[in-house]
Design a protein around this ligand. Structure first.
Ligand SMILES: Cc1cc2nc3c(=O)[nH]c(=O)nc-3n(C[C@H](O)[C@H](O)[C@H](O)COP(=O)(O)O)c2cc1C
Ligand code: SF4
Length: 517
């Protein structure tokens, strides 16, 4: 029987030369007359080891990494096809501490299976959730999601069950399910990893959503910067349709669900749900007034479930293993697990799926390994470009929506970007305003004008020009943006600015005014 060799096809691995590694493995195998089958899996999310090549042996899967095409000849010489010793040997994959300590529910299959193999997906528990949903009526299916405690993973953490119930209860001959795969937050990549590494879990989650609320058509809105994800999704949808997991009669039932991929053009605001719907309708991505909520009047004016990739990809396991299984993970009102993405100045950047409750410190040091530069970590930004900057004294905060809100921060999509002590927080605050100015959709004044004025005011503060007056002006401007903006882009841009000023006043050349919590 052929020996299976896994070379990831995830964008991160490709960017590190995985394609050349796969070709080198194929030609070396031919030279050695070795009978191998190369599987292009998703990434395990241990990015410092990419491309991480795995070999299936009698002792389980053995990892080597980071492998370049130049290492391949020596790997064959070291008999890596049987787990031979080599400088790049990482041992049995399941025993790598970074992976062993995780609680992978949503990412259970990523890196393990062949992303496009329907057999592999089914063999690893796939479609069980869909079959369970097909046996339920809409109200029971929605209740399952409500009981699981699942909250939206795109940023706002709104309970998924309440959103689905609104769509279910709104009568209409046509309803939609839209997947938000715009993934614009800095340091985030979990949506992309799922789409590239386990596309059927998203397809299954969307089909379940459609069956639950009575929607027969779905769209996945993917940012154009994700060409590999778009291609894999398109292929997966075709294959799933051929086997009746999608289409007019799902698995022989009377339920129908069709799915299409749409590419966004790369605007941060098109991740905001109403802008996304405008863009999906072929218009310029501008924020809509709410109400009406998209659940009542969404895509083309029809009731629409719009959820993030991770929210939808977490649905199949809830149906396969039951709501209680999922809600038994986590703490407080933050139930289940969160795929956390470590980025920035860390030794071990990557994907860590853990139950809510893990602390920032554990993530930064036990998983992240501390800073890549070897210098002390000074600040982290959690939840994307609109998230607060947190200082070292807040690293013991558990990842929990309410605990984060209590310190003026947000968990958001679970992206954590770390900075060492060389970071200049005044320039980070300036960047937050500049980012908002560039990405503003322009619909409301506090954001459109305020962000540009914000950049200028921070410049005055840093230059020492009437510092006290400009700090008061900046605080007033932040207050106006928070309370007067139509959406969270203008409404939350002040959070990184205010937190930088509060915790790192010296970088603005100002003495701390308030007691720092
Ligand atoms: C400026 C802005 C950008 C956003 N970008 C994204 C995004 O890239 N992906 C996402 O899922 N949600 C994003 N959101 C949140 C969405 O508006 C919405 O809350 C989400 O799609 C709902 O899905 P969920 O309940 O599953 O999180 C953004 C919100 C704002 C205000
Ligand atoms: S806050 Fe900014 S992005 Fe949001 S609606 Fe207003 S102008 Fe548009």
């Amino acid at each position: 029987m052929s020996i299976r060799v896994y070379v990831p096809r995830d964008s991160s691995a490709l960017s590190m030369g995985a394609e050349a590694v796969a070709s080198a493995v194929a030609s070396e195998a031919a030279r050695h007359n070795a009978d191998i089958a190369i599987v292009r899996n998703g990434s395990r999310g241990l990015y410092w080891l990419e491309p991480m090549v795995e070999v299936e042996t009698s002792l389980g899967r053995i990892a080597y990494g980071p492998v370049t095409n130049k290492d391949v000849a020596s790997l064959f010489e070291a008999d890596f096809l049987h787990g031979g010793r080599h400088a790049l040997l990482r041992g049995p994959v399941d025993e790598i501490p970074y992976l062993r300590k995780q609680e992978r529910l949503t990412f259970a299959r990523v890196g393990i299976t062949d992303p496009l193999s329907l057999e592999d997906y089914a063999a690893h528990g796939g479609w069980q959730g869909l079959r369970a949903a097909l046996a339920m009526d809409g109200a029971s299916a929605v209740k399952q999601v409500t009981d699981s405690g699942l909250r939206g993973r795109g940023g706002a953490a709104f309970p998924a069950g309440i959103k689905w119930k609104t769509v279910l209860d709104t009568p209409s001959h046509q309803k939609y399910v839209v997947c938000n795969a715009d993934e614009g937050d800095s340091g985030t990549y979990s949506d992309r990893m799922i789409m590239e590494g386990d596309p059927y879990v998203l397809i299954e989650g969307m089909a379940i959503a459609g069956i639950a609320v009575g929607a027969t058509h779905g769209y996945i809105y993917v940012r154009s910067e994700y060409p590999h994800a778009c291609q894999i999704l398109a292929d997966a949808i075709t294959l799933a349709r051929e086997q009746s997991y999608l289409g007019a009669n799902i698995l022989g039932s009377d339920k129908a669900f069709e799915l299409e991929v749409r590419k966004g053009a790369g605007a941060y605001i098109c991740g905001e749900e109403t802008s996304l719907l405008e863009s999906l309708e072929g218009k310029r991505g501008m924020v809509r007034f709410k109400p009406p909520l998209p659940a009542i009047s969404g895509l083309f004016g029809k009731p629409t479930v719009i959820n993030n990739v991770i929210t939808l990809a977490s649905v199949p396991i809830i149906f396969a293993k039951g709501a209680d299984h999922y809600r038994n993970y986590g703490l407080g009102r933050s139930r289940g697990t969160l795929p956390i993405q470590l980025a920035g100045n860390l030794k071990h950047c990557g994907l860590v799926e853990k139950a809510f409750g893990v602390t920032l410190r554990e993530l930064l040091y036990d998983y992240g390994g501390g800073s890549a530069s070897g210098r002390p970590l000074r600040a982290v930004q959690v939840g994307g470009p609109l998230g607060a900057y947190l200082p070292e004294q807040q690293f013991d905060t558990p990842l929990d929506y309410e605990a984060f809100a209590a310190i003026g921060a947000m968990v958001g999509h679970g992206g954590i970007v770390a900075f060492d002590d060389t970071v200049d927080m005044a320039s980070m605050a300036r960047y937050a305003m500049e980012f908002c100015a560039i990405e503003s959709c322009g619909k409301c004044t506090p954001c459109r004008i305020g962000s540009t004025r914000g950049v200028e005011v921070i410049d005055h503060i840093v230059a020492g020009d009437e510092r006290e007056k400009h700090i008061a002006l900046l605080e007033d401007l932040c207050d106006t943006m928070i309370n007067g903006s139509l959406c969270a882009l203008g409404g939350m841009t002040p959070f990184p600015v205010q937190s930088a000023l509060k915790y790192f006043p010296n970088d603005f050349h100002v003495a701390p005014k308030r007691k720092v919590a």
